[in-house]
Design a protein around this ligand. Structure first.
Ligand code: AMP
Length: 291
């Protein structure tokens, strides 16, 4: 089966209408392309859960800050189409920016509260860009389910909030982070790293693992868990920390003690890449079980 590539709002609307007319279920996997095994895991799950899967590829200008990597972000539609096909999805929606943001557009979606901390602090307009584009994609694809990765934990929680608040009739499914065998979380931005920087980038997952081991041995104080992670991070030079925080897994508010599930999240610059990673301490009510 060859994947069908749609480029315009009119095309996707027509296709979705025809699927809906015969009552077939739709899964949506929004991405920015440069696909890897993390994206493929979302697609495979959607293919399993739904009759049709629409993967979207759109490097969303609205979620990049003025000094960020919008121009450099990798674009490789042909290779991505093969990955989408290999994961079993039939429809790829790859619009151009004016299809998503018509000339003179003035409508945006903002989620408050959850977007204030963590990445919201370093990237002030980022989540407004994410929620605006995801709302548009949910309207165009009207999926039964939409799939997101725990890798972008704050994004997943912000989107769940938006879907609840605006009453979208879609289930938001959040799937575990896919990692390299050595622990590095897969990311399209990993390709910015030189071999030496890639080795340095392992400091993030190693620090999270150190805190998780500390948690497993019974430690529940945020200060001690954070200290463990910070000490581990400081062993690797050239990792410029944006934040390291322990927050409630659902509200994303900082906590003093882990009682229910907590999210330990880190963001750091390694060479040209800004990388993020996280681990949940305790049983998450947000993240679905492994494939
Ligand atoms: P992106 O293309 O980076 O915007 O990501 C598209 C979707 O893939 C988001 O829901 C991400 O959270 C998810 N994703 C990215 N990396 C991973 C990963 N390593 N494991 C699981 N999901 C991921």
């Amino acid at each position: 089966m060859r994947v069908e590539i749609l480029r315009t709002r009119a095309e996707i609307r027509k296709r979705v209408r025809s699927l809906r007319r015969v009552g077939e279920s739709i899964g949506l996997v929004p991405t920015m392309g440069a696909l890897h095994e993390g994206h493929a895991s979302l697609v495979r799950r959607s293919v399993r859960d739904n009759r049709h899967t629409i993967v979207t590829i759109f490097v969303n200008p609205l979620q990049f800050g003025p000094s960020e990597d919008l121009a450099a972000y990798p674009r490789q539609l042909e290779a991505d189409a093969r990955i989408v096909e290999g994961a079993g999805a039939g429809i790829l929606f790859a619009p151009s920016p004016p299809e998503v943001y018509p000339e003179g557009d003035a409508t945006f979606v903002t989620v408050e509260g959850l977007t204030r901390g963590l990445c919201g602090q370093c990237r002030p307009s980022h989540f407004r860009g994410v929620t605006t584009v995801v709302a548009k994609l949910l309207l165009l694809a009207s999926p039964d389910r939409a799939y997101f990765g725990q890798k972008d934990a704050q994004q997943a929680r912000v989107i769940r909030r938006m879907v609840l608040d605006l009453g979208f009739d879609a289930e938001i499914v959040v799937l575990p982070t896919v990692r390299e065998p050595d622990g590095l979380a897969l990311s399209s931005r990993n390709r910015y790293l030189s071999p030496e920087e890639r080795t340095r980038a392992l400091a993030l997952s190693r620090a999270l693992a150190a805190a998780r081991a500390c948690f497993a041995s019974g430690e529940r104080r945020a200060k001690a868990l954070l200290e463990q992670a910070r000490r581990s991070l400081s062993e690797t030079p050239g990792v410029e920390l944006d934040y390291l925080e322990l927050v409630d897994d659902e509200t994303l508010e900082p906590i003093d003690t882990v009682s229910s599930a907590a999210l330990l999240a880190v963001a750091a610059r390694v060479g040209p890449a800004r990388l993020i990673d996280n681990v949940v301490l305790g049983a998450s009510r947000v993240v679905a079980a492994e494939e």
